[in-house]
Design a protein around this ligand. Structure first.
Ligand SMILES: NC(=O)c1ccc[n+]([C@@H]2O[C@H](COP(=O)([O-])OP(=O)(O)OC[C@H]3O[C@@H](n4cnc5c(N)ncnc54)[C@H](OP(=O)(O)O)[C@@H]3O)[C@@H](O)[C@H]2O)c1
Length: 270
């Protein structure tokens, strides 16, 4: 009789609320052991206890502020050392103001630490082990703003563009080694993140998705093997056309001559 291999442990950042807590619930429901990361240890412990009770999975709590290099190092160490971890959900994130001229540089820097530096460092910690064993997954939570910065711009949208580009680059490098990567681009989702930004009252109801619907769609995209998942987008061909237009430009993006439009003589009557 063959013994089934244990399911991979999933490490989820920002698991104390919203999208991260919902991912924790769904992966626990699927039978995966969990490592839950965020700052608020009490909330993580409460969630871990519920998941252990409801789904009979092991759920560890690893409280850490991912903007602190010393606290983040504990999470990096866990990813390097814990052979059971095979799935990383880089979800923790904050907003950083939408009007660039008014944004505090310190707030923007803290946001970049959390939205950009932390996921990059956690992937760097985990990747060598996943590559060595030849399977595993990395799910990065970006935002629809990664491709629509005009909707609610500022440095937040730029941080999410980083997550998108990073995931595409990662996919190119690891897919042939058996690893799965996915970037999720949620639209407006009802979570506590909106308490910092000023609430959802000004946003039309038809633009707001409930968090269960968002995460279930993202996991459906994951199960279907998508690299890019945009839960709201009705027709995936819209994304495919956008991506294809970008790829079509690629051969022209680096040449030994400048484009003609930059070489025309300045008209005499200018
Ligand atoms: N909700 C939306 O409309 C929406 C749309 C697109 C993308 N997203 C993205 O989805 C992700 C999850 O956000 P959410 O909507 O679920 O918001 P949320 O409910 O506010 O959750 C954010 C999570 O990140 C954790 N976190 C915040 N600062 C942290 C830090 N310094 N170190 C460690 N953990 C930290 C929070 O826990 P603690 O406070 O306990 O640390 C919390 O668990 C974010 O990356 C966000 O940018 C959200």
């Amino acid at each position: 009789m063959s013994v089934a291999e244990p399911l991979d442990t999933v490490l989820i950042t920002g698991a104390s609320s919203g999208i991260g807590a919902t991912y924790a619930d769904r992966f626990a429901q699927r039978g995966h052991p969990l490592v839950l990361v965020a700052r608020n240890a009490a909330r993580l412990q409460e969630l871990a206890a519920r998941l252990e009770r409801e789904y009979r999975v092991k759920a560890d709590v690893l409280a850490a502020d991912l903007t602190s290099s010393t606290e983040r190092a504990k999470v990096e160490q866990r990813l390097r050392d814990d052979d059971s971890i095979g799935i990383l959900v880089n979800n923790a994130g904050v907003g950083g103001g939408s009007v660039l001229a008014q944004a505090s540089p310190e707030v923007v820097q803290g946001m970049i630490e959390l939205n950009v530096t932390a996921p990059s460092r956690l992937v760097a910690a985990l990747l060598p082990r996943l590559l060595a064993r030849g399977h595993g997954s990395i799910i990065n939570i970006a935002s629809a703003l990664a491709i629509a910065p005009e909707l609610f711009g500022g440095a937040y949208a730029a941080s999410k563009s980083y997550v998108l580009t990073y995931t595409l680059a990662l996919h190119k490098q690891v897919a042939e080694h058996g690893l799965r990567v996915q970037c999720v681009l949620p639209g407006v989702t009802r979570t506590e993140i909106w308490d910092q930004i000023g609430g959802l009252d000004a946003i039309p109801a038809q633009m707001i998705m409930e968090v269960d619907e968002m995460v279930d769609a993202a996991l459906s995209g994951y199960d279907q093997g998508e690299v890019i998942t945009i839960p709201s987008l009705p027709d995936i061909e819209e994304w495919n056309r956008f991506d294809e237009a970008r790829r079509r430009m690629a051969p022209e993006l680096s040449r030994n001559v400048a484009a003609d439009r930059y070489k025309s003589d300045i008209p005499e009557d200018a």
